[in-house]
Design a protein around this ligand. Structure first.
Ligand SMILES: Cc1cc2nc3c(=O)[nH]c(=O)nc-3n(C[C@H](O)[C@H](O)[C@H](O)COP(=O)(O)OP(=O)(O)OC[C@H]3O[C@@H](n4cnc5c(N)ncnc54)[C@H](O)[C@@H]3O)c2cc1C
Length: 434
């Protein structure tokens, strides 16, 4: 029977190297105020080192230039590199480029058309091109993409696209966007939506602004990680820019979002642990009202609760990843949905408690916690809000039950049935007693 919680020693060595590398080489970069281009230059040698160790783009299969590690090993790796926002960049799997590369790869498999490999996929994987994923619209509910209004129709050899998107992460620094549009309004959106690659310099495409957000309220246009609002007005691209086949938008979204969601959860484990480490250090260091914080029961509760929640989130994430390796992302939908909302809440709780432990210092930007806290809030919204994932889980669970007018556990009803079942024995027992 196979049932263990051990990492094989050979892989553990890689993880140990990653732990030291991330802490010693990447953490310090966080403290420097650098432009995106400066960061790119600074991390180049680090990326080379990651490549030389065979750890580059670990989320991708070998044939696409990745490590082909599978989800479980990836989970253990993401837990380490997710501790810092620069980790994914150094290890070749930063969103949204990582997910977009997967989309293009899945699309090529679907259509059998290999032309996207050289034109889009390889430059994206090598970091020569940057991308954005343009699905959410300001005026329709992103939680229900069947409502999307952006339209695309084929005119001769070209797609003509009209619509307005927002929260296209990295849109203002990207070379191309993958836009989700309705290509056949006469069928259900599940069959009538498609994804199309649009270079950002295509006439008719306007990046209206970068949206200020809780993460960056006084946003400066064109910064890496910003979220763009994008207008598509009669934007024309060659028909070959379609990803996969016409009408496959939802199928592609599922292929991208399933793994993408759990990859977030894996990185949140690292973020939570980092906040937890800060909390414990402060608890042992800060003296007030006759003792260090670590001796106050409230703080002990925060530490114990955080530890338990993080442990649960880790096991859930790793189990979901293990299941994905066994039966694929689609059959692991419920596990992925469950860890998406559970993990987001744990991340938020742990950072919140750590911030509180630090008091004014935690609220200040002298500690990374205030930024982590703001970023954690978004985790409950992006890639589907919590409520939608809870709905997925509840619906799936309820399929295993049926309605019953009289509750199955209704004691008087069960008692009547038990009396009938044991009637002869009960009669004998009563006779013996009298
Ligand atoms: C930091 C960040 C980065 C993002 N990056 C991208 C990106 O790169 N590309 C992109 O296309 N989009 C991106 N998004 C958008 C994101 O995917 C959407 O915000 C998300 O899908 C929710 O859509 P919405 O904002 O329109 O909320 P709505 O759909 O309007 O939902 C609002 C609220 O309604 C409630 N709700 C919704 N459905 C249900 C339900 N079934 N039951 C109960 N309550 C419900 C929830 O509380 C939800 O938060 C990003 C968002 C954030 C915050």
């Amino acid at each position: 029977m196979a049932w263990d919680f051990e990492t094989d020693p050979e892989f553990e060595e890689k993880l140990a190297w990653m732990r030291t590398f991330v802490r010693e080489e990447i953490f310090p970069i966080e403290t420097l105020a650098l432009s995106y281009d400066q960061v790119v230059a600074l991390i180049k040698p680090l990326q080379e080192e990651v490549k030389a160790r065979g750890l580059w783009a670990a989320h991708l299969p070998v044939e696409l230039g990745g490590g082909g590690f599978g989800q479980l090993k990836l989970g253990l790796m993401h837990e380490i590199l997710g501790q810092t926002p620069y980790g994914p960049l150094v290890f070749g799997n930063n969103a949204p480029d990582s997910g977009n590369a997967e989309l293009i790869a899945v699309g090529m498999e679907m259509s059998g058309d290999e032309s996207h490999r050289e034109r889009w996929l390889e430059p994206l994987l090598e970091g020569r091109l940057r991308s954005g994923f343009s699905m959410t619209e300001p005026h329709t509910a992103g939680s229900d993409p069947t409502l999307l209004k952006t339209r695309a129709f084929l005119d001769g050899d070209e797609w003509v696209i009209d619509g307005r998107k927002w929260y296209t992460t990295n849109g203002s620094v990207a070379n191309f966007l993958i836009v989700m549009a309705v290509t056949n309004p006469d069928v259900h959106p599940y069959q009538g939506s498609s994804m199309i690659i649009v270079p950002v310099d295509t006439p008719g495409l306007t990046i209206l602004r970068d949206v200020g957000s809780m993460d960056d309220p006084t946003v400066v246009y064109g910064k890496f990680g910003n979220h763009a609002e994008v207008l598509y007005e009669s934007v024309r691209v060659p028909k070959e820019n379609l990803i996969g086949v016409e009408g496959a938008g939802f199928a592609l979204a599922q292929a991208r979002l399933g793994p993408g969601r759990i990859h977030h959860c894996m990185r949140w484990l690292g973020q939570s642990q980092r906040a937890f480490d800060m909390m414990c250090e402060r608890a042992l260091s800060r003296f007030t009202h006759g003792s260090v914080l670590a001796e106050k029961q409230t703080v002990q509760n925060w530490i114990a609760d955080s530890m338990a929640e993080m442990h649960a989130a880790r096991l859930m994430t790793i189990q979901a990843a293990w299941k994905m390796d066994k039966v694929g992302a689609s059959a692991s939908r419920v596990e992925i949905a469950m860890i998406k909302y559970y993990g987001a809440q744990v991340l938020y709780n742990v950072i919140d408690r750590a911030l509180q432990t630090y008091g004014s210092l935690g609220y200040s930007s002298d500690m990374p916690l205030e930024h982590m806290y703001r970023a954690a809030r978004a985790a409950r919204i992006y890639d589907g809000p919590d409520e939608v994932h809870r709905q997925t889980v509840a619906r799936s669970v309820l399929k295993g039950y049926s309605p019953s007018e009289i509750p199955t556990e209704h004691i008087p009803t069960r008692q009547a049935a038990a009396k009938e079942k044991f009637a002869t024995m009960l009669e004998l027992l009563t006779a013996e007693q009298s």
